[in-house]
Design a protein around this ligand. Structure first.
Ligand SMILES: NC(=O)c1ccc[n+]([C@@H]2O[C@H](COP(=O)([O-])OP(=O)(O)OC[C@H]3O[C@@H](n4cnc5c(N)ncnc54)[C@H](OP(=O)(O)O)[C@@H]3O)[C@@H](O)[C@H]2O)c1
Length: 362
């Protein structure tokens, strides 16, 4: 990739690097999705993003595009350049051989194989290194990778599709379709970004879902069924798991799963929620009313008994997807990965108050 422009500043260049990283979000796992912008001393700009596993890292893509023009220039990278040899050589060495004078990095890489060693190698060779530029958006984008490297477990996204009165299936078990085609395609994008998808045996019995990526481009995730699935179920071949959800997450982390998408049903969703295992909630709300209390809830099982015990989160994004609304929600407690709640965009919606500010009734 290569374009030309006038001199760029650090924030603008890092934002461009973050956009490049976002553009390959669903294609690089188990490697992190990284973006890189290189500017030559004369102001020519070259860009790169991580290629699918086994391919070039973002820095190398940008440096290959720049060639000799990189000498004496600056590179902006969303994640610390690696310092070890994996399937490709160390990016820190590639930046040194290209002769860059300055390297600006959004985030240090918590992977024990890197953890500051890439930055150190650059500094030791006399390169000016700056860390932390646009770290909040970079951290939000890379949250699954960062959590995996820090805890060994995948980032857990819980997806729910519900009517506006909070129902996810009719009393007879039918739930196809509450939301429209655009929301379902959007949910397929979530699947494409996930390395594994989890459903309960109840959903397999009721819906016989395939859980493949169909409405968008992308790789099919590992399919995991809690309980058992019949040999002829469309979800097969699937990993059938019985046991504790902590053990499941450990096992998925060991397999290199960076993000797992929990797709229900309400029993499984309730279990993940009550155990505090969800890092990010995505609710698609349809302009549908079941009109009673006998449909299935979003989260089955015992809920809060009193107001003091209700779970509160922060809405990080609200947008229309076709005729439905997508609400993104994050737990209030700062996660070990994201730190303070990253409010991405709330549009016209009033910001959620901290629980200690809560006033009045429902
Ligand atoms: N609107 C939506 O977003 C949405 C999404 C998915 C499903 N649905 C609807 O939800 C309904 C199904 O939901 P559901 O609550 O009945 O079932 P479910 O949550 O899909 O599955 C629950 C079952 O999973 C198994 N299970 C759960 N945790 C387990 C664990 N830790 N280890 C082993 N097995 C475990 C158990 O299977 P066994 O019973 O075999 O022991 C349990 O009964 C259907 O009507 C479906 O259409 C709606």
């Amino acid at each position: 990739m290569g374009t030309s422009s006038t001199h760029v500043d650090d924030i603008e260049a890092m934002n461009q690097a973050i956009e490049l990283a976002a553009s390959v979000r669903a294609r690089t796992s188990p490697n992190p999705w990284v973006g890189c912008v290189v500017e030559s001393p004369s102001g020519a700009v070259f860009t790169g993003a991580t290629e699918p596993a086994g391919g070039r890292h973002a820095e190398v893509v940008a440096l290959d595009a720049a060639g000799e023009a990189a000498r004496g220039g600056t590179a902006w990278v969303t994640l610390e350049p690696c310092s070890h040899t994996g399937r490709t050589g160390p990016c820190a060495d590639a930046l040194l051989s290209a002769g860059l004078a300055r390297v600006v990095v959004a985030l240090e890489d918590p992977d024990p194989l890197v953890a500051g060693a890439g930055l150190e190698r650059l500094r030791a060779a006399g390169v000016e290194v700056e860390v932390g530029v646009q770290q909040d958006p970079a951290r939000t984008l890379l949250a699954p990778y960062l959590k995996h490297r820090r805890t060994g477990r995948p980032w857990v996204v819980l997806k729910l599709a519900a009517s506006l009165d909070g129902r996810t299936a009719a009393p007879d078990g039918t739930s196809q379709w509450i939301t429209g085609g655009a929301a379902r395609a959007d949910a397929h994008q979530l699947r494409a970004e996930s390395d594994a998808v989890v459903v309960g045996a109840g959903t397999v019995r009721a819906d016989d879902p395939a859980l493949t990526v169909r409405h968008v481009e992308g790789r099919d995730p590992l399919r995991v069924v809690l309980g058992t699935a019949p040999a002829e179920a469309r979800v097969q071949p699937a990993l059938e798991f019985q046991g504790d959800l902590d053990d499941l997450l450990e096992q998925l982390g060991e397999r290199g799963v960076l993000q797992v998408l929990v797709e229900g049903g309400p029993t499984v969703a309730g279990e993940f929620h009550r155990r505090g295992l969800v890092d990010h909630y995505v609710a698609y709300l349809a302009p549908v009313l079941f009109g009673g209390e006998d449909g299935r809830p979003m989260l089955a099982g015992p809920g809060a008994e009193t107001m003091a015990d209700v779970w509160r989160g922060a809405i990080t994004d609200v947008r229309m997807v076709g005729g439905d609304v997508r609400v993104d929600l994050t737990p209030f407690a700062p996660s070990p990965v994201t730190g303070p709640v990253p409010v991405v965009r709330v549009g016209e919606v009033e910001p959620v108050r901290d629980p200690s500010d809560a006033e009045g009734g429902a």
